[in-house]
Design a protein around this ligand. Sequence first.
Ligand code: ATP
Length: 348
Amino acid sequence: MAKLSVTKVSSQYQDKTVLDHLCLTVESGEILALLGPSGCGKTTLLRAICGLQPISSGKICVGERLLSSVDFMLPSEQRGLGMIFQDYALFPHLSVADNIGFGLKSLKKVERQQRVAEMLELVKLDGLGERFPHELSGGQQQRVSIARALAYKPDVLLLDEPFSNIDAQVRSQLMQEIREILKQQRVTAIFVTHSKDEAFEFADRLALFKQGRIVQTGTPEQLYFQPAEPYVAEFLGQGNYLEAEVHSENQVVTPLGLVTSSRKLAAAQGEHMRLLLRPQQIQLAPSEQGPAVIRERRFLGNYCYYTVELAEHKLQVRSQQTQLELGQSVSLSTHAHPLVLFPNVSKA
Ligand SMILES: Nc1ncnc2c1ncn2[C@@H]1O[C@H](COP(=O)(O)OP(=O)(O)OP(=O)(O)O)[C@@H](O)[C@H]1O
């Protein structure tokens, strides 16, 4: 059974529907990223899970325990959830140790001190227990809030844009460290972000939001390489779209020539579709008679990003061939892979 389940949940602000029959499950020990643009309802869903936002349909459960339904709202403090905020939300007048021990008042003093010491060690802040939050860096403050949330062993940890205020230079390392801690402690977590890079780096699975609904859930690879719709494809990264006519059960005719799918196509022969190719799915080869020309080039170390002109198309190509020059003619190809085809709206 899923650890957290959100079933057909709707919620409104005044008359405006912000969550629309939304369904989501998080498995035990899993880190799920809720990903989506600003205003799509991510924070509202977290608030509903925490018990700060009423719902008008559906239910929210942890295991078999009901947290919210249309006519029931378990008080926030009885939900067994931990919460991490963007602004750390530490008590400024309490020391680091007292912040971490804040939710442990039911424990005896010695046990509490022991748990606080374990948590300080876990988040690599041993020796800093007597400091106050303003004496710590942003990354260290976020470690304190992780320690505070994990100290009372929550059933599910909710993280609302926890890395947004962290300096870009240390963000990636902090994310990796916190991910390791959550995995080591087998914490079930929901992580809200509008950054696909953060979602890729931190989560096991992504759920992509669109106007109050989840449009697709899956591993980063599934959403990136097998997006269910153009919205998903575009949110997760750059892509090239080419007109494609279905030629056989696993081939399409495109401006690149015949492109082969490594699995059977869902579209019928003769149908006009749009083929999605990620920049790294197009291969370049220098060729004097090649039909395409390099128009822009960005060198990025191990690889180059090229803008390649092919008839009226401008294609973005990522290639490890870093020696190609502006104005050079090239041929283009793509290896057989599971092709992603979307309906061709202009011909529909
Ligand atoms: N208290 C409120 N009263 C009325 N409308 C609200 C309220 N809070 C949020 N909204 C609206 O509900 C919608 C969803 O907001 P929400 O904060 O859940 O989005 P979000 O995806 O978390 O966005 P962001 O990434 O910017 O935090 C937005 O259109 C927002 O303007």
